[in-house]
Design a protein around this ligand. Structure first.
Ligand code: ADP
Ligand code: MG
Length: 698
């Protein structure tokens, strides 16, 4: 096998390949496009396309595709081969500049939230040269943004790219004020830690709930769950290790910086973290990582579950979004500095994030909303639906000292002036690892822990980027007009701390007491998708995204519809799957087992005439009969709830209805079925148990 350094990026049309294969002038022009967003002219594109094609063919590719990220949350591709007929009845391999730059997939079946009428069903895809092209399964994939004919964003990538521009503009304004003349661009960086479950494919295939919905809709608790914490960071089982090796290899080929892997808390749960990169690339790479995880698992007769809550009673899977901002000169703006001057700049950016999270907490909650993640938030070892920031005691004390104008840590100063007087030297990376906070400062970055495992990180990141851009704008407006920069800066930081400290919470976020305290502080607890989504189309939210050109009002309303519709559809599929399983498998199985018990009881009585010779059979039979009647009734109730849903046509009303009526009916039905599982003989129960699913991979 080749070495990792040889494999790494071997399937990527990256900078070194470009340098090697493009004429100098073309390379320079393309770099201008990549670095400064300059428009690429068609001649340059033609040369690039040709070089890309030759490179791809050498690597065995036969087709190309515009690879994009529609609102389904998964990636989409439509393959075109390079072949082009010649007059002699032969073919040549061709790929034009036009084909590279723009595609026109007939994309009428992607969710558009009413943005695209069917008569203008075509969308178009536009090359995103900031993310490298790559080869996957013999297909040259061109990362693209996806828009409607009218130019409205129909994908996850477009608002993300726009938000990166927004934060670039505002952060540069602030940096100028601190005299950073050499900084010409600012980008946000992300390292997403991806959690997932791995289960045996043979068991998976026997579970309609996993097949249709990605999660178990039934299943009584096994005798052992995660209570011993013996899985976390435990020795990786050989079959899982083989999967991980294979996966790393595939990811490295695609230039994805897969770095750490370990077992997570729940049995059968694991995590993969890459080294961070620019947000746009991190997003593309995370989508590819999820795709590869699922593909590679199958090769090992495993199935990778990316659902946020595949199993009740054990931890769900999240995706920790580590986020920071850096300059093109290589400075991480959330890294506490060595000098007071650097620290003042650090504090201002820190305050910008604090204020952004406080001001736009509802929208951050929206950015992680889905039917699946609603199960996870606030449950086993997942952050609650309340947003708060963890800063650690040290940094919190510093902020408190600044706010009160008191000395920090026994210093002699009466008044602490930022940027002039010596600020305490921040110890780096000593933040205690509070793992219960939804938004934790971890030394030189923030870790947003609310995103669910299957979510595209484009959503949360365009929200964080835009919210921080807005606050930086307000800061720049104030400071640019200040007569005395230092005094204004001082005042601004102080004021921001005192106005937004309610969002800072360093305690245990999993504690019920915190939910009470949060309520007192006026922090919203938006538990479900229908609860939080209206804030996305509030006046404040529309103002935020439209003023920074990240989304238009129409685009926002369409996204609102898409999320709500998806919520209803997911729940509807789950409810129908439950009904199907109960009626076709569970109740018949219980009946069959009941009959076997009854037959045995009769036979026993015929042979052994004693009164209690069939206590076990008759008592179990009674319980089964009661349980089956209960499940039957709950099934009827869920069916009725689904029929009544038809009375609502408005998507908002419908989503609220599903939350209030369908989910409770599903929960009741599950309780009834799980109870039956505990008293039905294993030979009769139609599905692999939680124990089989969670503990079988060796
Ligand atoms: P932990 O599990 O303790 O949170 P990990 O090492 O698993 O730590 O994950 C930390 C993640 O944060 C990694 O993906 C890492 O690359 C990323 N990261 C580190 N520095 C930055 C940064 N400046 N910007 C964005 N992400 C970062
Ligand atoms: Mg982490």
């Amino acid at each position: 096998m080749s070495s990792v350094t040889e494999i790494f990026g071997s399937m990527v049309f990256n900078d070194s390949v470009m340098k090697e294969r493009l004429p100098k002038g073309t390379y320079t022009a393309l770099q201008k496009t990549i670095k400064d967003g300059k428009l690429l002219d068609i001649e340059v594109a033609t040369v690039v396309a040709n070089a890309m094609k030759d490179w791809a063919i050498e690597k065995g590719a036969t087709h190309f595709t515009h690879w994009f990220q529609p609102m389904t949350g998964v990636t989409a591709e439509k393959h075109d081969s390079f072949i082009s007929p010649t007059s002699e009845g032969k073919i040549i391999m061709e790929f034009s500049g036009k084909e590279l730059v723009r595609g026109e997939p007939d994309a009428s079946s992607f969710p558009s939230g009413g943005l695209r009428a069917t008569f203008e069903a075509r969308g178009y895809t536009a090359w995103d040269p900031t993310s490298y092209a790559f080869i996957k399964d013999k297909i040259l994939c061109i990362p693209t943004a996806f828009c409607s004919y009218g130019g409205e964003a129909l994908d996850k990538k477009t608002p993300l790219l726009r938000s990166m521009q927004a934060i670039n503009i505002q952060a540069l304004r602030v940096l100028k004020l601190f005299g950073n003349e050499d900084v010409t661009s600012v980008k946000t960086t992300v390292g997403p830690e991806q959690e997932y479950f791995l289960i045996d494919k043979d068991f998976y295939e026997k579970r309609p709930d996993l097949i249709y919905t990605g999660r178990t809709l039934f299943g009584s608790r096994p005798p052992k769950g995660q209570e011993l914490d013996d899985h976390y960071f435990g020795i990786i089982k050989p079959r899982v290790q083989e999967f991980m090796d294979d996966l790393n290899n595939e990811l490295w080929k695609l230039g994805i910086l897969a770095k750490t892997e370990h077992n997570e808390v729940a049995p059968a749960q694991h995590e993969l973290a890459p080294i961070f990169s620019t947000t746009n690339i991190a997003t593309d790479h995370n989508q590819l990582t999820m795709e590869m995880m699922q593909k590679v698992a199958k090769r090992h007769n495993l199935v990778c579950l990316l659902h946020e809550k595949p199993f009740a009673g054990v931890n769900g899977s999240g995706k920790h979004n580590n986020w920071s901002i850096s300059t093109n000169t290589g400075v991480n703006l959330l890294e506490p500095g060595e000098t007071p001057y650097e620290n003042a700049q650090f504090l201002l950016f820190l305050c910008a994030v604090i204020k952004a999270v406080d001001d736009y907490q509802e929208i951050l909650r929206v950015s992680v909303a889905s039917a699946g993640n609603d199960h996870r938030l606030g449950a086993n070892e997942a952050p609650p639906a309340v947003i708060s920031i963890f800063l650690g005691d040290e940094l919190t004390e510093i902020l408190n000292a600044i706010e009160s104008g008191k000395a920090y840590d026994g210093r002699e100063k009466e008044q602490m002036k930022i940027g002039v007087d010596v600020l305490p030297h921040f110890p780096k990376d000593t933040t205690d690892r509070n793992r219960t906070s939804p938004f934790a400062f971890t030394g030189n970055k923030f870790e947003f822990r609310m995103p669910g495992s299957s979510l595209s990180i484009a959503g949360p990141n365009f929200v964080i980027n835009t919210a921080v851009a807005e606050v930086l704008k307000q800061f720049a407006d104030e400071l640019e007009n200040a007569e005395d920069f230092t005094a204004s800066l001082n005042n601004l930081i102080k004021r921001t701390i005192s106005e937004h400290k309610r969002i800072i919470f360093n305690g245990n976020g999993y504690d019920d007491a915190w939910i009470m305290e949060a309520l007192k502080r006026g922090l919203p607890n938006l538990k479900t998708t229908p609860d939080c989504m209206p804030s996305f189309i509030s006046e404040k939210s529309i103002k935020l995204f439209t003023s920074h050109n990240v989304l238009t009002e129409t685009e926002m309303k369409s996204r609102y519809e898409i999320v709500m519709e998806n919520y209803v559809k997911v729940l509807n599929i789950e409810a129908l799957t439950m009904l199907d399983m109960a009626k076709k498998d569970i109740m018949p199985a219980v009946s069959a087992y009941s009959k076997a018990l009854a037959d045995t009881a009769i036979a026993k009585k015929a042979v052994v005439a004693s009164v209690d010779c069939s206590t076990y059979e008759t008592e179990t039979l009674k319980n089964l009969a009661r349980g089956a009647a209960n499940l039957y009734n709950k099934t009827a109730e869920l069916e009725k709830a689904l029929i009544d849903a038809k009375e609502h046509s408005d998507v908002t009303e419908l989503a609220v209805y599903y939350k209030d009526h369908v989910i409770p009916a599903m929960n009741d039905m599950r309780i009834a079925a799980d109870e039956l599982e505990t008293i039905t003989a294993k030979a009769y129960w139609p599905y692999p148990s939680y124990g089989d699913l969670l503990f079988s991979v060796k």
